[in-house]
Write a protein that binds this ligand. Structure first.
Ligand code: C2O
Ligand code: CU
Length: 489
């Protein structure tokens, strides 16, 4: 099987079935960009910061004049941001006041298995049965009632991670309703760089949604309550773009450099972000797993579900009064959000030529190789998506992987899949038979595999033995079983 990049650039950008809102939609660029609040610890000691988050429903104004019921951490969409130090423990007591069971996963976290969010380690609602328990009763897992404490050692580089629901078979609808938020790790190496900080560092969490006529979220749950209606099995995409929970928001900026930290938290939608007018470019400084070694310039940013891009945008190239719109070129240059350049201001930030040093990965020769095939499949009565011909089965470990050794993992696909590996970041070494792509730089934990493509990555797991996951991060694909367990030994 030899595949090249030729012809793949033009592959259809968007998988998924569009769900149209019935609610009246607002004019774009009227709602100010919200910034998710930074969560305060309830206490701290020499080694750890302790937090408490409550998963609950809340009525939130997303579309002006209408109320949307969200299921959120602290009732927020997105949830609060955990802003933490590398090497210090973050201990979070999660309380479930919902009527469904949940699981919390820290995406990109170097986390012991007990806190990683195994899809059957359910946190059940306080004082009662959740709706999914019957469905999951026979499957086992470490269940907890009412509250559960997750411990994140944060023994990793500075990076923007995110946390989200990971309940087996229900991740897509539960993330869609609001169970996601940011977890930003900081370290000394990054602090020493002259990058924009304070309110010139802005997290931008992009997620598409659709709304019914009174403002509730529309999500096409299958009739038996498990998974998505079959016509949406490619993935659910909505007609409203939320950034930090607001529809097509607007944000006022000074005419200076900004650090924009993008997360695509959409269930299935991919974006090619671009500015509607020059000359601004995206200077990428970081990826899923933290800083690149040196900056990389892009005219547009292609971002698949769960990927993060850390970029510098220089608004000093515009005049006060200018308006610059961020659009999605994969969707006919549809609106995402707008920046209004308000005034000139002083700026002592810089983009250093050298951002970070990290050890080079070995040559991918003579290493253990594993192939992971992501395909639509019929596996023993299962109609959905498969990995290596198997639907997700929590009892089946598809691989046993030794700690502290590099391996080459090959991801092979039929159609578009954003592939995510828990526990360790990886480096892309080959894409479509050639060099890594423009967006593959640095340490990644999610990589977008285009139709009929093979991507090779180098990965090494360290420190934690246990059960972990590899899966497609199109959440409808994930819920329809495109997930596999492996064990680190
Ligand atoms: Cu972002 Cu296993 O997930
Ligand atoms: Cu997929």
């Amino acid at each position: 099987l030899t595949l090249t990049n030729c012809g793949l650039e033009a592959s259809p950008g968007q998988a998924g079935e569009l769900l149209r809102s019935k609610a009246p939609l607002p004019e774009p660029f009227k709602v100010p960009l919200p910034i998710p609040p930074v969560k305060k610890p309830v206490r701290s000691d020499a080694r750890a910061d302790y937090y408490r988050a409550v998963q609950k429903k809340a009525m939130v104004e997303i579309l002006p004049g209408l109320k949307t019921e969200v299921m959120g951490y602290d009732g927020l969409l997105p949830g609060p941001t955990f802003d933490v130090r590398s090497g210090r423990n973050t201990v979070i007591e999660q309380v479930n006041e919902l009527d469904v069971s949940t699981v919390v996963h820290l995406h990109g976290g170097h986390t012991p298995a007990a806190s990683d969010g195994w899809p059957l380690d359910l946190l059940m609602p306080a004082g009662g049965q959740g709706e999914h328990e019957g469905h999951h009763a026979m499957t086992g897992g470490d269940m907890k009632m009412g509250s559960r404490t997750y411990t994140y050692p944060n023994t990793q580089r500075a990076a923007m991670l995110w946390y989200h629901d990971h309940t087996m078979d229900y991740t897509a609808p539960q993330v869609y309703r609001g169970l996601f938020g940011l977890h930003i790790v900081r370290d000394d190496e990054e602090d020493q760089l002259p990058l924009p900080t304070g309110d010139r560092e802005i997290p931008l969490v992009i997620a598409d949604r659709a709304f019914d006529d009174n403002g509730g979220f529309l999500y096409p749950i299958a009739k038996d309550g498990v998974g998505v209606e079959s016509q949406y099995m490619e993935g659910v995409i909505g007609d409203v773009t939320l950034v930090n929970g607001a529809p097509w928001p607007v944000h006022e900026v000074d005419a200076v450099r900004y650090r924009l930290r993008f997360l695509n938290a959409s269930n299935a939608r991919r974006y090619e972000l671009a500015f509607d007018r020059g000359p601004a470019k995206f200077v990428q400084i970081g990826s899923d797993g933290g800083l690149l070694d040196k900056p990389v310039e892009h005219k547009t940013l292609v971002i698949a579900p769960a990927e993060r891009f850390d970029v510098i945008v220089d608004f000093s190239q515009y005049q006060p009064g200018d308006e610059v719109t961020l659009v999605n070129k994969l969707d006919g240059s549809a609106n995402v959000m707008r920046f209004k350049v308000a005034r000139k201001a002083t700026d002592d930030s810089r983009i250093p030529d050298k951002l970070s040093s990290y050890a080079a990965v070995p040559e991918p020769t003579g290493l253990t190789r594993r192939q992971w095939r992501f395909r639509r499949g019929d596996a023993g009565g299962h109609k959905g998506w498969t990995i290596n011909g198997k639907a997700f089965d929590p009892k089946v470990m598809q691989a046993q992987v030794k700690l502290d050794q590099y391996e080459v993992w090959s991801f092979v696909t039929d159609v578009h899949h954003p592939v995510h590996v828990h526990l360790a970041p990886f480096q892309v070494v080959r894409r479509g038979g050639g060099h890594p792509g423009a967006y593959d730089g640095g340490w990644k934990d999610t990589v977008d595999i285009r139709p009929a493509e093979v991507v090779d990555v180098l990965v090494k797991f360290t420190a934690h033995k246990g059960k972990y996951l590899i899966h497609c991060h199109n959440l409808e694909h994930e819920d329809m079983a495109m997930m596999a367990a492996f064990e680190t030994i």
